[in-house]
Write a protein that binds this ligand. Structure first.
Ligand SMILES: Cc1ncc(COP(=O)(O)OP(=O)(O)O)c(N)n1
Ligand SMILES: Cc1ncsc1CCOP(=O)(O)O
Ligand SMILES: [Mg+2]
Length: 207
């Protein structure tokens, strides 16, 4: 497995500003989440920095890496474990030089094996594909086929699946080769966040 990102499992992504942010992330970790992403599309820099630092401290106490969505500078300022970059969010080389050799740099590859190949070669620590199912969080996201997970096995970096994933449909993506299932609404929109995370964690047979 890749040096900077180990293992497999549930990758939870936060669902925007909420007063109980730390509490629900703690519940997701208690339920078995193995990776956390802070995703907040607001422009409230002070709150975003404070929340990133607080989440980083929480995740570190549990040995779970904490990744910042979109924002290399926020990840650097907060001492986060890494950053997730989509096609409009900056490049892997710039992120590596800002965050250092130990940082986890993840990239969105949508439905493109070619993009995954080139970004893995540029130093990405994981490649994410999706959306695999209709996403309540991002209804206009383009769709990807599970075949991509099989086809990307040879890249040698962990593969993340995202988009409309639930405990009922996630197993098929793990069978196709996903190392991590990245989930927003089916965890953070659930009435019992810990129980929802536990259902996902149980999908990974050897965990
Ligand atoms: C793990 C993971 N995969 C994909 C995305 C989507 O990134 P992006 O395309 O930049 O879209 P936004 O999340 O920024 O709206 C992600 N965040 N995490
Ligand atoms: C950020 C993102 N990129 C593709 S789908 C998606 C949202 C995933 O959220 P959900 O798990 O609620 O479908
Ligand atoms: Mg983005």
């Amino acid at each position: 497995m890749h040096a900077r990102l180990r293992g497999r499992g549930l990758y939870v992504i936060t669902d925007g500003p909420r007063p109980d942010l730390l509490d629900v992330v703690a519940q997701a970790i208690a339920g078995g989440a193995r990776l956390v992403q802070y995703r907040d599309k607001t422009t409230d820099g002070a709150r975003r920095l404070a929340e990133t630092m607080a989440l980083q401290a929480l995740c570190a106490r549990h040995g779970v890496p904490m990744i910042v969505n979109d924002d290399i500078e926020l990840a650097r300022a907060a001492g986060a474990d890494g950053v997730h970059l989509g096609e409009d969010d900056g490049d892997v080389v710039a992120a590596r030089s800002a965050l250092g050799p130990q940082a986890i740099i993840g990239v969105s590859c949508y439905d493109s094996l070619e993009r995954a190949r080139s970004l893995a070669a540029a130093g990405a620590d994981y490649v994410a594909f999706g959306a695999f199912f209709p996403s309540p969080t991002k209804p206009n996201a383009g769709r990807a086929a599970p075949e991509l997970l099989r086809q990307s096995a040879a890249l040698g970096v962990p593969r993340v699946a995202i988009g409309g994933i639930t405990p009922d449909n996630g197993g098929s993506l793990i069978e196709a080769g996903a190392d991590f299932l990245a989930v927003i609404s089916a965890v953070f929109g659930a009435p019992d966040v810990q129980a929802a995370a536990e259902r996902f964690a149980r999908l990974f047979p050897s965990l």
